[in-house]
Design a protein around this ligand. Structure first.
Ligand code: GN1
Ligand code: MG
Length: 340
């Protein structure tokens, strides 16, 4: 079925709209649905149910968060997907899950973070997101990807890949494997962190890249989007992924590692923005781990990319031979720059 047709399930006249492929997420397929004059009206997404094995858990989480905002009479803006004409959270077509979200008028997303001002605004948005839900019981959220940012679990997947993965790829990545093994202290610190009662589970976004914030024309943040991985988690995930994805002038796909660097003024902007709402939420113990957040996330992503390379790119896929190895080396270079 052509994506244009799918919006009928949401009560829209499909002849009046046109869907075009949009964005560059690695997991879902996303379409911008434009009206007859080419103005964006909705965002249509095919939810990848191989990655999100229970898509209903995502919609249950979003319902719970929406209800909480009502209960506390908050006017915080969370862009939630629409219901189908039958009242379902997804249009089900041939066993596939599609959802439709109204486009936020006057908004745009950024592919790369080019100014400290943008980093500040995004960090402010993600910090506000967690703090708005500070009174929400995280037990009421489902884990939409079990073990998603559990670094011990990612380490275990890595060691399993070293046992069962592609032998040739293991042989040719001894150097990267060695580097990641040498930094196992990052995993050990995570284990200490999560057993410490002063390190709290909160409503966490878990994908704080710049393209998951909508900006207005004055470059002020409007809201956060891509709420699929919202689940109980630790602040190090959200703060850390901002460090991971905003600090370097080049992104994780860059194969010229000499271009990777850490822009200190962006780091300060992230901290300032994030702490605007989070300063009073974080415990003293957590406040001592602000920079560890970056090591944690960059290291975890390096580990995930290398694991996937060794597993023949089963998770992320590869657009060219060695794609996930390049991404892994990129993250190793970023980790070096971050820790320097
Ligand atoms: C995936 O699909 P996308 O780009 O939003 C991944 C993140 C990684 C990111 C790396 C569900 O996110 O955890 O950080 O790729 N999301 C999932 O680019 O695995
Ligand atoms: Mg995402």
């Amino acid at each position: 079925m052509h994506p244009d047709q799918i919006i009928r399930f949401f009560g829209m006249d499909s002849t009046k709209f046109n869907a075009v492929l949009f964005g560059n997420g690695l997991i879902h397929s996303t379409y911008m649905v434009k009206d007859g004059s080419g103005v964006p009206a909705y965002v249509l997404q095919h939810v990848n149910h191989h990655v999100f094995k229970k898509p209903m858990d995502i919609s249950d989480n979003l319902d719970a968060l929406g209800q909480h905002l009502k209960a506390i009479e908050s006017d915080y803006f969370l862009p939630l997907p629409m219901r189908t004409v039958e009242g379902a959270p997804y249009a089900m077509i041939d066993g596939r899950y599609f959802r439709l979200t109204p486009f936020v008028a006057g908004s745009h997303a950024l592919d790369v973070c080019t100014t400290p001002g943008q980093a500040y605004e995004a960090a402010l948005q993600f910090g506000q997101f967690t703090s708005v839900f500070s009174g929400f019981k995280t037990e009421n959220l489902k884990e939409t990807i079990p073990g998603f940012h559990d670094l011990s679990f990612r380490w275990q997947q890595f060691t399993e890949a070293l046992e069962c993965g592609n032998r040739d790829r293991i042989r040719s990545t001894q150097q990267e494997i060695g580097i990641l093994k040498e930094r196992k202290d990052i995993v050990e610190r995570f284990e200490t962190f999560r057993t410490d009662p002063d390190c709290r589970l909160r409503v966490t976004h878990h994908d704080t890249k710049i393209s998951n914030v909508l900006f207005n024309e004055q470059e002020k943040g409007i809201c956060v989007i891509d709420l699929d991985t919202v689940m109980p988690g630790y602040f190090i995930s959200d703060l850390g992924d901002m460090f991971r994805t905003y600090l370097s002038p080049v992104h994780e796909e860059e194969s010229d590692y000499s271009l990777i660097s850490v822009r200190k003024e962006f780091r300060d902007a992230i901290l300032e923005g994030y702490l605007t709402h989070m300063k009073h939420e974080l415990t003293e113990k957590e406040q001592g781990l602000l920079l560890y957040a970056g090591e944690f996330m960059i290291y975890m992503q390096a580990l995930r990319f290398l694991t996937d390379h060794i597993n023949d790119d089963a998770y992320y896929g590869a657009r060219y031979a060695g794609h996930n190895l390049i991404r892994c080396r990129n993250q190793i270079a970023l980790l070096d720059a971050f820790c320097a």
